[in-house]
Design a protein around this ligand. Structure first.
Ligand code: HAS
Length: 542
């Protein structure tokens, strides 16, 4: 690896884990508060911590990690090093995002931005907080442009060749991200900043939430797709096999590009102001976006089984014994995959309109996203970190590292079992999400929830131990002995069909996506705007 590329990648990865550590401190404290086991000192508020936790974990840890990982893979698969312009854009992006993160964190700590990670109006933050978000988003665009430019250059100099799959997936991920963030950019620039500066008195709340979820749902796939890149491209190599089908993997990414965005209403199913017809349309599209995940599950099982049989596995599940259980590069992401089965099932429950009425705004939803992003995605990112850091530094992954990583993964699984298990259960009993400690004047229901809240706090404490272990592991990786670590990229199975050229006709896919977005959003957004202008004051201003 070119040292200049390694520096860029490492800057992103290490910053990501710094955010994870700070977010973890907030997380364990809020778990203990909610369990009635801790009173916060120095006037710190529960919602302040919850904002810090959500922003640092869900927005900052993920975005930095993803950009670092994508840059590393693009450099590795497009000729071994980045173009100088791509690298420079990567640094510009890093600088802007870091400036934004620093300002946002200060604003949250000063209690001037206690608006949670979804910053729903009418909760209002200081203008500086929203401007900081703009820096983070624009910074991430710079990195995206860097990847696109590097890809275009490679295409020009390799006419007729199929783009390496890692880079192909990186381009899809960043394309989806840029199209999705346009929604939140409009919300922040045209609604929240003018309102927070006092230039306008009112804000159209339904419109702002709609713009947020136009972005907020693809956001979760922005977290998921890099984990899928690891599952599709890295894991088959780590187990000593091949990708089941290169074309199938690319097709699933195209489907994510098309169906991730026009589905935001499934977060707003319980909201008035959006007609059921449009909710129905978006729920149908939500079930479309499940298909590429089912394709992924199929493809993973197929690569595991193909490899297992090629090394002599017998019977229906004999291949399981042939997997490298002592290799953390496999073990941590595999645990992520395993958890994604119940996590995805929970998503299908959420997306079903009638069932959503039971789970919406309860701790069930918090349980859902701790399985998806905080387990499936996070454990996959941890699994990548174990080889990515030494590969970048020209160091060796020692057997001790594998053992430490596997123990860390098990601690994470145990912590999440208690925390997310309790969240799912107590959510079904009706306990709301995003609420500080309260027994609602000792109501029988709320008192009955308390043992689950204590279990959540215990799980959260175990998870915090998991965060600390991860940080220790990173320090060990940074000081590992000099040597070589592989950047694993699998080859495709030759028997499978090749990817058709249309997969890289971006104009076609972006065109279809724009049509889908217009179908899903034009009429409801016009309704939302015209309803507000009729003068429904409570609607518009709160
Ligand atoms: Fe979700 C709420 C629906 C996936 C994250 N979701 C959230 C929130 C977050 C989040 C953060 O429809 C809360 C937002 C907030 O603050 O309000 N979600 C879905 C659906 C899916 C889904 C249909 N979510 C995710 C992923 C996330 C994520 C991925 C993060 C990374 N979600 C919802 C809905 C809500 C929601 C509603 C709103 C709820 C409300 O009322 O507020 C689907 O994409 C899931 C599809 C997944 C599968 C699983 C495939 C399994 C695979 C693993 C194979 C395993 C192997 C190993 C091979 C169908 C690929 C096997 C080995 C063996 C030995 C067996």
């Amino acid at each position: 690896f070119d040292r200049r590329d390694s520096a860029l990648v490492l800057a992103h990865i290490l910053f990501a884990f710094f955010a994870l550590f700070l977010g973890g401190i907030a997380g364990v404290m809020q778990g203990l508060v909610r369990g009635g086991m801790l009173a916060l000192p120095m006037g710190i508020g529960y919602y302040q911590l919850l904002t810090a936790h959500g922003v640092l974990m869900a927005l900052i840890f993920t975005t930095y990690f993803i950009i670092g990982f994508l840059y590393a893979g693009v450099a590795r698969t497009l000729g071994g090093r980045l173009l100088p312009i791509a690298r420079n854009l990567g640094w510009l992006g890093f600088g802007l995002m870091t400036l934004g993160t620093a300002i946002a964190t200060v604003e949250i700590l000063l209690n001037r931005a206690t608006v949670l990670y979804t910053f729903y109006a009418p909760l209002k933050a200081s203008p500086a907080f929203y401007i900081a978000l703009v820096f983070v988003v624009v910074g991430s665009w710079m990195s995206g442009f860097g990847i696109f430019i590097n890809y275009r250059y490679w295409k020009k100099t390799h006419r007729g060749e199929t783009t390496p799959i890692f880079t192909y997936m990186a381009v899809v991920t960043m394309l989806m991200w840029i199209i999705a963030t346009l929604g939140v950019a409009i919300e922040v620039l045209f609604q929240l900043i003018p309102w927070s500066l006092g230039w306008v008195d009112t804000v159209n709340v339904v419109l702002s939430r709609t713009l947020f979820w136009y972005f907020g749902h693809p956001l979760v796939y922005f977290w998921l797709l890099p984990a899928y890149m690891c599952w599709y491209v890295v894991i088959p190599k780590v187990i000593g096999g091949k990708m089941f089908s290169d074309a199938l993997a690319r097709l699933s990414f195209i489907m994510f590009l098309l169906f991730s965005i026009p589905v935001g209403f499934h977060h707003q199913l319980m909201e008035p102001g959006i007609s059921n017809v449009w909710k129905f349309v978006q729920v149908v599209l939500t079930f479309m976006v499940v298909i590429p995940s089912l394709m992924t599950a199929f493809s993973l099982f197929a690569s595991f089984e193909m490899h297992g049989r090629s090394v002599g596995a017998k019977g229906l599940f004999g291949w399981l014994k042939k997997l490298p259980w002592k290799d953390v590069r496999f073990f941590a992401p595999f645990m992520g995959m395993l958890i994604f089965i119940p996590a995805g099932a929970g998503g299908l429950i959420n997306a079903s309109h009638e069932l959503n009425a039971i789970v919406h705004n309860t701790l069930w939803v918090t349980g859902h996203f701790h399985l998806t992003v905080a387990t499936s995605v996070a454990l996959t990112f941890f699994g990548i970190t174990y080889w990515l850091i030494p590969a970048m530094l020209g160091r060796e992954m020692t057997p001790l590292m594998h053992r430490m990583g596997i123990i860390q993964t098990i601690v994470w699984m145990v912590g999440m079992f208690f925390m997310s298990g309790a969240m799912h259960t107590v959510g079904l009993l009706g306990s709301p999400r995003r609420t500080a400690f309260t027994t609602y004047q000792d109501s029988a229901d709320a008192v009955g929830w308390m043992p689950y809240h204590v279990a959540m706090a215990i799980g959260g404490t175990i998870l915090f131990i998991g965060v600390v272990m991860m940080i220790i592991n990173i320090v060990m990786l940074l000081s590992a002995p000099k040597g070589e670590t592989e950047f694993p990229i699998a080859e495709a199975n030759e028997a499978a069909e090749k990817a058709p050229a249309i997969f890289e006709r971006w104009g076609v896919w972006v065109g279809v996506l724009v049509v889908l977005i217009l179908v899903a959003y034009s009429v409801p957004v016009m309704d939302i705007i015209s309803n507000a202008s009729v003068g429904s004051k409570g609607f518009k201003t709160w």
